[in-house]
Design a protein around this ligand. Structure first.
Ligand SMILES: [Zn+2]
Length: 267
């Protein structure tokens, strides 16, 4: 993959925030299987240093693995709640074997979680799959990227009871109390590029050490480079420069996922 480092050229909302030399964007949660090779190259041209791509189905895990280089592209293997609903025991077994086979080269388990928008009836199966994959991540000592739509309290309780310490709360939509609880447990609160007053309050109330940014592309935003909008929110709320915000979040991401420093292109 080519390694280009042009200056970020996006139009900023206001000229007060001038990007001096953003060269280190880190996307902590996206879906590169749906973005493809050209989209990855495009992100790298827009100063994304690395991305963590997440699996949602068996096929998407395989596609993500085909992009893995552990330099720009790191892979979490998982199954999202929507697809967990119809995952029978044989397929769950196959997923677990596939994760184990790839243990040495993947970064974590994700995305996994619970989503109550698919109805209470589906939650039982979601819980079985989630529970199994959380236990696997603990056994494998891997971080997890967790989807918790409408289920944040339950998810935090489960993970707290299991003593999981490496939790990335993907697309955080909780309130301040939930954010504070996550912070106390050492979890990472992940900010997507969607501005809201609630999100800004959460950013204000928790330590920047517990914050990551993500694009969740191509679902929530178009491409990994859009994490810049989440960084702009953080820089405004925390009263620090965009460069500083991007440096801190970059390091948070690298440390949380234990990404080898030598692999990542530094400034
Ligand atoms: Zn996702």
């Amino acid at each position: 993959m080519e390694m280009l480092k042009p200056k970020f050229d996006a139009k900023l909302k206001e000229d007060k925030l001038i990007l001096k030399q953003i060269t280190r964007l880190a996307d902590s949660h996206c879906h590169l299987d749906l973005i493809g090779k050209d989209g990855i190259a495009e992100a790298l041209r827009h100063n994304v240093a690395f991305m963590l791509t997440n699996g949602t189905t068996m096929e998407s895990n395989d596609k993500n693995l085909s992009f893995l280089d552990n330099v720009h592209v790191f892979v979490n293997m998982g199954i999202d709640p929507q697809n967990a609903i119809n995952l029978n025991d044989a397929h769950l077994g196959a997923l677990i074997s596939n994760i184990k086979i790839n243990a040495a080269r993947i970064t974590g388990i994700g995305e996994i979680g619970l989503d109550n928008t698919y109805g209470e009836e589906s939650m039982n199966r979601q819980r079985v799959v989630f529970d199994t994959l959380v236990d696997l991540s603990i056994k494998m000592q891997k971080p997890i990227s967790v989807h918790a739509r409408g289920t944040l309290d339950e998810v935090i309780d489960i993970l707290h009871n299991k003593g999981h310490s490496r939790v990335h709360l993907h697309f955080f939509e909780g309130d301040i109390m939930q954010a504070k609880k996550a912070e106390r447990l050492g979890y990472m609160v992940s900010i997507p590029p969607l501005d809201s007053a609630r999100r800004r309050r959460v950013i204000k109330e928790i330590a920047i050490d517990n914050i990551l940014v993500e694009s969740d592309s191509p679902a929530a935003s178009k491409s990994p480079q859009e994490v810049i909008s989440a960084l702009m929110m953080i820089s405004e709320v925390k009263g620090i420069s965009l460069d500083r915000a991007s440096d801190i979040i970059f390091d948070n991401t690298r440390k949380f996922f234990s990404l080898s420093q030598k692999n990542i292109m530094m400034r």
